[in-house]
Design a protein around this ligand. Sequence first.
Ligand code: PLP
Length: 341
Amino acid sequence: MEKKNLDWANLSFAYMKTDKRFVANFKGGAWDEGVLTDDDRVIITECAGVLQYSQSCFEGLKAYTTEDGHIVCFRPDLNAERMERSCLRLEMPVFPKERFIEAVVQTVYANRAWVPPYGSGATLYIRPYMFASSAVIGVKPADEYQFRILVTPVGPYFKGGVKPITIRVSDFDRAAPHGTGNIKAGLNYAMSLHPIMDAHRQGYAENLYLDPATRTNVEETGGANFIFITKDGKLVTPRSDSILPSITRRSLIHVAQHYLNMTVEERAVPLTEVASFAEVGLCGTAAVISPVGKIVNHGEEICVPSGMDAMGPVLTKLYDTLTGIQMGRIEAPEGWIKNIA
Ligand SMILES: Cc1ncc(COP(=O)(O)O)c(C=O)c1O
């Protein structure tokens, strides 16, 4: 199959309409078999549950070309399981895991001309999502839902090399105690838009959110989990019921323990401890790891010892190992890489 004629290395993180998308409908208590379609439009009633009460959730993962020329994606089973938890919390019907994985494979395969070539730094972003499509006016779950998967090619997260970022401790919370912080509900992202725009206006790349109950422990940012490296080389990452369980974080923990022989601590991380770490990173599908060089807490600056020029040595090792596994240069643990073509 001939690739699309795109300037792969200079793509941005923006939506581009590709050839096919997957659509399945839930009606009368069951999912239909779903189809791949050319039609990128969604037509729903003006009173749809998603429009009135934001009953929606989504996932994000990537397909890419490995060193030996295969198209693969990374741990789609974990996205299926996380979406299942999102659906249960939002009283939405679960799209079964095996069908989720099969639909991801079919959608990427149908759009394989859009999967960026190996070495370009670009990837095919995969967005599975579900929303309430039938009318509700009283506050209750809808009866009908649509599950869709769209794909769009996206450029490397850091163009022109990885650069440490400066973030701030936010006065806003991203989640409520016992709320929806641990699922991927669209509503969590709607309420993060004002804090992130405000952070950007003040010159910060991201918000560090504190735990909403005590505002003393580090939680995450609007779109990534934290990983910290101690001066004696341990990986520390916050444990909390109100952060999104990042698939990248869980994979990095495995890599740290089983590939790099590191000690990992998953526990509460007080903000007061952050100044003691040697390296600070954000992890997520988008960038895998983004180094943090500085954290500003109401005028007080925490300058991370690894500095503002480059990713620190331990995060670099973690990054190189995980991306090596993803790209097929390093042997992957059983079941991590789903071959598509
Ligand atoms: C709030 C939040 N935390 C963390 C992550 C990172 O998760 P993952 O590694 O599964 O992409 C994301 C992105 O999906 C996110 O939106």
